[in-house]
Design a protein around this ligand. Structure first.
Ligand SMILES: Nc1ncnc2c1ncn2[C@@H]1O[C@H](COP(=O)(O)OP(=O)(O)OP(=O)(O)O)[C@@H](O)[C@H]1O
Ligand SMILES: [Mg+2]
Length: 310
């Protein structure tokens, strides 16, 4: 089993002329958390539905766990876990009965079923409330139950469409830990979508950015952030208009802002800071502090999407 968990080639889906997914070439290796990022309507959910074989591509193809989504969707759905926008829970059943129902579908033997249900409900903090009607649980509790349902049978690959939406920060953090350990300890592949870029940065080994159906970038959060170049925050005396003009004329500097004795420089990727500091000193600036930061994944994401809009 060396092939990727997911491999798509020119995968395309049109809805009455609208290209929801447009020539997607993507490879997701096994055993990692992959984050699929993109603004509303970018094509994330449509991609998941294509990968599950719930809808047929207009063009191109995709393989999931080595199975073709067009001809072997049953094989795929028999192996993966999925949580789409809809929770897939029976509101009238209790939390426990919901999981019992799904555990039977997955044909877990009775003892294993009971153990796993107890383990997972305890884990998600729902054991005390297992007998209550699901419809009476809070939105976040339902979401947790829905994630529990998706990973109940320990699938080798799980699709989670915005798993942490509606969760409080504590619950979201603990779910993130669970997802990461699912990948690390059980070797499962997690394919998730999220609008929370901090979250993606924390748990995803690889992220893909999609916009208007097109894949704009793929890489580790570190790699994507490195594309953004560095930012220098400089404090000191003599950082006036003239120095700002001097610096902004330099090739290494993409953007510059000046306020109250501080300068912020956005550098071209790979640019060296030393010559800039030297130039400032030569211009008579008394440099007190130089702080180097990187653009956050969120800033890189916004820049990618903005660039595409233009
Ligand atoms: N069944 C459908 N019929 C027609 N158009 C659809 C259908 N499903 C999705 N679309 C369109 O395809 C595009 C992508 O939708 P999709 O749901 O994949 O976006 P998304 O990235 O999941 O967005 P969000 O972050 O809002 O969930 C949108 O323009 C949407 O309106
Ligand atoms: Mg969606």
């Amino acid at each position: 089993m060396t092939e990727a968990a997911i491999k798509t080639t020119d995968l395309t889906k049109e809805f009455r002329g609208l290209r929801a997914v447009d020539g997607l070439d993507l490879e997701v290796p096994r055993g990692i958390v992959f984050g699929f990022l993109g603004p509303n309507g970018a094509g994330k959910t449509t991609t998941i539905r294509l990968l599950l074989g719930l809808i047929a591509p207009t063009a191109g193809r995709a393989e999931v766990l080595g199975f073709d989504t067009r001809t072997e969707a049953c094989e795929i759905r028999a192996r993966v876990g999925a949580l789409l926008e809809h929770d897939g829970l029976y509101e009238r059943l209790s939390a426990e009965d919901n999981l019992e129902f799904y555990a039977r579908i997955w044909r877990l033997p009775p003892q294993a079923r009971r153990d796993r249900i107890k383990e997972i409900l305890t884990h998600f903090g729902l054991w005390e409330r297992r007998r209550e009607r699901t419809g009476a649980l809070s939105r976040g509790m339902k979401r947790k139950l829905a994630v529990a349902r998706a990973v109940l049978h320990r699938p080798p690959l799980v699709f989670l469409d915005e798993p942490t939406s509606g969760l409080d920060p504590v619950a979201a953090a603990s779910l993130r830990e669970d997802l990461r350990s699912l990948a690390e300890r059980e070797g499962a592949t997690v394919f998730l979508t999220t609008h929370n870029l901090d979250e993606a940065e924390k748990i995803c080994a690889l992220v893909g950015v999609i916009h208007k159906g097109r894949l704009l970038a793929v890489g580790s959060p570190e790699e994507l952030k490195a594309r953004g170049g560095e930012r220098l925050e400089i404090a000191g005396r003599g950082l006036d208009e003239r120095v700002a003009a001097l610096l902004s004329a330099r090739n290494e500097v993409l953007a510059i802002t000046r306020e109250e004795g501080r300068l912020t420089l956005d550098l071209r990727p790979g640019a060296d800071q030393a010559p800039l500091v030297r130039a400032m000193v030569e211009a008579g600036v008394e440099v007190e502090e130089v702080r180097k930061t990187r653009a956050s994944l969120e800033e890189v994401f916004l820049a990618l999407v903005e660039e595409e809009r233009r």
